[in-house]
Design a protein around this ligand. Structure first.
Ligand SMILES: [Zn+2]
Length: 259
């Protein structure tokens, strides 16, 4: 990656004003008309490395767990404060290359504002690969969306969020505002979060649990989840093995768990 970036910088005729990297996330300051070019060049070096792009919105863009703000031609960094946790970086649908939901946009049912239930799933994908992309080109979220749409007849990926792609990355599913699938009568009043992997015999890593807690805190602070939310494993609302026996037993010791 370092080699690729130095080559890119050396060969660029219009060099970015800023280019910084954390693991495989880049933050760049470039002229609007140069954005497409930059993406094309970055993707021309190595067939197995594919960059996607997220543009600033109203002068703001999340980067890692911070919000980068462009103001009077200066960049300000706003960090997550442990009290508010108002910004949480997750991998957007466009970044994991989600396909468009099959439903007509007017058929999207909004999730209740401030849900009471949070339902935990596992994706039953191999745990050994849970912390990595299963290939260089596709991430688990994309494969799961395809399975939900093509094999289970869903409109879209059934989870509101997924955690565990790459390292402990949070991936946007159908987000806080759309009803997920799989929990029947609970769907309208619950948030479905899937921890990527098969947690029948082992537990997800500590960073995955940390991200999950950050997501809940964020959801509470933004008014999407009620403060006194009830935590449930998928098997409590449907006859299923989900979220895996080992993880389910762990949930029983967590605050907010209800049986
Ligand atoms: Zn489930």
């Amino acid at each position: 990656m370092e080699e690729l970036l130095s080559k890119f910088v050396m060969e660029s005729t219009n060099k970015p004003r800023l280019l910084t990297k954390y693991v495989d996330d880049l933050l760049a300051v470039v002229k609007t008309e140069e954005v497409e070019n930059m993406l094309k060049n970055l993707n021309s070096y190595n067939k197995s490395i594919k960059f996607t792009i997220e543009l600033e919105k109203d002068g703001k863009i999340p980067f890692l767990d911070t919000l980068v703000i462009r103001k009077n031609n200066k960049l300000l960094i706003d960090c997550i404060s442990s009290n508010t946790k108002l910004y949480l970086k997750w991998t957007s649908r466009s970044a994991w290359q989600a396909v468009t939901p099959l439903h007509n946009i007017t058929h999207i049912s909004p999730l209740l504002v401030g849900v009471l239930h949070e339902i935990i799933h596992h994706t039953a994908t191999p745990a050994s690969n849970a912390s990595r992309r299963h290939s260089n080109k596709t991430c688990w979220s994309s494969l799961i969306q395809r399975t939900h749409q093509e094999m289970r007849g869903r409109d879209d990926i059934g989870y509101n969020f997924l955690i565990g792609d790459k390292q402990a990355e949070i991936c946007e599913g159908c987000d806080f505002n759309v009803i997920g699938a799989y929990a029947f009568s609970y769907n309208v009043r619950s948030l479905s979060i899937a921890l990527i992997g098969d947690w029948t015999f082992i537990l997800p890593s500590r960073p995955v649990f940390n991200k999950w807690q950050q997501l809940i805190m964020y959801g509470i602070n933004m008014g999407h989840i009620q403060r006194n939310y009830i935590l449930l494993g998928h098997r409590q609302v449907k006859a299923a093995d989900c979220p895996g026996t080992r993880l389910y037993n762990e949930l029983k010791g967590w605050p907010h768990y209800d049986y």
